[in-house]
Each structure stands twice: as structure tokens, then as C-alpha cells.
Ligand binder design. Structure first.
Ligand code: FAD
Length: 308
């Protein structure tokens, strides 16, 4: 990294840090910022508190040619073991929220589970499925997160973004978000950073909503290996198949590479049994894909985003 540009970037970060709109670490450890608890170091880890700080850092990164990645809660990512030569920008400090009638607007860092709880307290139905999905609004929009009977697509009617390349703000309405199975327009286009989203929900009965949410949470803890670090389901569902069943049928339950293991409780989850590296996870993922293809002829695709 060019040292003058790096110094410029640090100057901008420290100015914003003095105004308490962000904090940052140089040469920071990435593992604590992913639910997998895996990762090397990054030149910068920046935690932004406001939209102004997020946009300010992104603008400066573009001007100084500093590589960046914006993340939410780090629940669907795998950091590399190698150094990230640039800035990892964490958004979970951006939690502005407004509610009016059946509409909630949430900033990108707002917790999805907390949002589902908020909706329940307002007697608004539609977000029950999201209760228990770890992550932020930004990550959920990016991934079109979903579970049980719902997905983001059904409740988000508008998303707001900052376009880093063109230094411009914009929004996508309805279909423009191109939500598909674990897909959105944000995965197609580079440099569009999600600032927030509008959720349109329906009036419901708050105790019925609560009961449904609690049922989903119980099902999660019964079926998922929540006692180990992971990034949730490792693979996308192959159309017409249950991925966990394919993995199980290939005889891989419990199979491990280094500290990474196919969960015995739920074969769709790769877990970190302790000390797993990104290289372990990548090798395990590729072994699983090969074995499933050999056993059933089905190609399974990784859902987790690799950040390097
Ligand atoms: C135990 C467990 C259970 C899970 N269960 C489910 C489930 O039932 N259903 C499901 O869909 N997922 C599930 N997941 C995966 C994960 O929770 C979701 O994908 C979630 O939406 C990720 O949100 P996040 O904030 O953690 O995103 P991150 O992991 O931080 O980021 C994911 C991707 O989004 C990008 N991104 C994040 N924020 C922004 C932003 N503001 N602007 C632009 N890009 C952004 C990142 O660069 C990255 O590519 C599970 C994960 C775990 C660990």
C-alpha cells in the first residue's frame, strides 16, 4: 500500500474518530468479527456509527485506492488466513430505526433478530422467520436471507444505497432489488453499499407472532449446531434436493479437515471445532462438493462469501 495514501487514510479516520462517529484498529484481528471465528489480520478494521462515517470512509478509501469490504455481523463470511490488505468496515453500529403504521425503516447495521422482536412488539407480522437469523439488515438484504416460511424479498419494498464508484446515493424499489434464492442486485453490482431498507409488514396479533417466533427459535436450537462457531448453512439448496441429506448420504457427517468439521448434528453446517483455519474450511468445502457429486451427481454451491 502506498505510504502517502495510507497516511491520508489514517488522517481521515482519526478525524472522524475524534468526532466519535467511528472507531478503528490498525493491524487488527479479523476472527472475532466473523461467527466462524476464523481469519488473519487486516490493515484496518473500522467500526462506523453513522451513515456519514460509512460514506466518509468509503469516499476516502476510493480516493486513496484502499481496498475495502463492508460487512454486517460477519455471519455468512469466511475471512482468509492471509492479511487483508485494506479496510474491513463493520456496520453494526449503524442502528437508526423509524416506525410508522406498518412500515419500519432500518439502517444497515440493525440486528435482524432485534428487528423481528421490534415488529412483534408493534403487533406487526411478516418478520417472524427472521427471528434467530444472525446478522444485520444490510447482510440480510445482500443475501436475501430466509428461513422457514419467509425471506427478505417478501417484506422489503425498498433499499437505500451508496454507490462508491460514482459517489452517489440511490434506491432500489421492489423488483429492482432482484431478490432470488440467497441473491440480490447487490451481489451483481460492485461498489453498491446498502445503507438501509424499508420493511412493509401487516397488522397481526402480537402473542401469535411471539409464539411463532419462539417456535422457530426452538427448532433452530434443536436442529442446528449452535454450540460451535459456523457461518450457518455452508451450501445453497440444490433445486429439488436437501443439501444436508446429500452430504449425509455421501457419508460425510463428522468428516473433518484440521479444525473444520461437517457437523454431526446437521450435515449442512461446517463448524469450527477449535483452531480451524480458512484453508481447512476451503479444503473441507471442496471435499464435500466432490464427494456429493460423486455420490449423487448433484453440484452444490457454497453460500458463504469468502473475503480475501
Ligand atoms: C448459526 C447460523 C444460522 C444461520 N441461519 C440462517 C438462515 O436461517 N437463513 C439465512 O438466510 N441465513 C442464515 N445464516 C447466515 C447469515 O446469518 C445470513 O446470511 C445473514 O443475512 C448475514 O448477515 P450479516 O450481517 O452477518 O452479513 P455478513 O456476513 O456480515 O455479510 C454477508 C455478505 O453481505 C455483504 N454485506 C453486509 N452488509 C453489507 C452492506 N451494508 N452493504 C453491502 N454489502 C453488505 C458482505 O460484504 C458479505 O458479502 C446463518 C448463520 C449462522 C451463523
Amino acid at each position: 500500500m502506498n505510504s502517502i495514501k495510507k497516511a491520508n487514510f489514517i488522517k481521515k479516520l482519526s478525524e472522524m474518530a475524534e468526532r466519535d462517529i467511528l472507531s478503528y484498529t490498525e493491524n487488527g484481528d479479523l476472527a472475532p468479527h466473523s461467527t466462524f471465528k476464523i481469519g488473519g489480520k487486516a490493515d484496518f478494521i473500522v467500526r462506523v456509527q453513522t451513515r456519514e462515517a460509512l460514506v466518509g470512509v468509503l469516499k476516502q478509501a476510493r480516493e486513496d485506492g484502499i481496498k475495502y469490504t463492508v460487512i454486517g455481523n460477519g455471519s455468512n463470511i469466511l475471512f482468509s488466513d492471509e492479511r487483508y490488505e485494506g479496510a474491513i468496515i463493520l456496520t453494526t453500529g449503524m442502528t437508526a430505526l423509524s416506525c410508522e403504521d406498518n412500515i419500519i425503516e432500518a439502517e444497515c447495521g440493525y440486528s435482524l433478530t432485534a428487528l423481528a422482536s421490534r415488529a412483534q412488539k408493534l403487533s406487526l407480522t411478516g418478520l417472524e422467520f427472521a427471528y434467530g437469523i444472525p446478522g444485520s439488515v444490510g447482510g440480510a438484504v445482500f443475501m436475501n436471507a430466509g428461513a422457514y416460511d419467509g425471506e427478505i424479498k417478501n417484506v422489503v419494498t425498498k433499499t437505500y444505497y451508496y454507490d462508491v464508484k460514482n459517489d452517489a446515493f440511490g434506491e432500489f424499489v421492489g423488483e429492482e432489488n432482484k431478490f432470488g434464492y440467497r441473491e440480490s442486485v447487490y451481489q451483481e453490482k460492485d461498489g453498491l453499499i446498502i445503507l438501509g431498507a424499508r420493511f412493509e409488514l401487516e397488522k397481526g396479533d402480537s402473542s401469535a407472532i411471539l409464539e411463532k417466533m419462539q417456535g422457530f427459535m426452538r427448532a433452530r436450537s434443536e436442529k442446528q449446531p449452535l454450540e460451535y462457531p459456523s457461518a450457518g448453512s455452508t451450501f445453497k439448496r440444490a433445486p429439488g434436493y436437501f443439501t444436508a441429506k446429500l452430504i449425509d448420504e455421501a457419508g460425510l457427517k463428522g468428516y473433518s479437515v484440521g479444525g473444520a468439521q461437517v457437523s454431526e448434528k446437521h450435515a449442512g453446517f461446517v463448524i469450527n471445532r477449535g483452531g480451524a483455519t480458512a484453508a481447512d474450511v476451503k479444503k473441507l468445502v471442496s471435499d464435500i462438493q466432490d464427494a456429493v457429486y460423486k455420490n449423487s451427481g448433484v453440484e452444490i454451491k457454497c453460500e458463504i462469501k469468502i473475503i480475501e
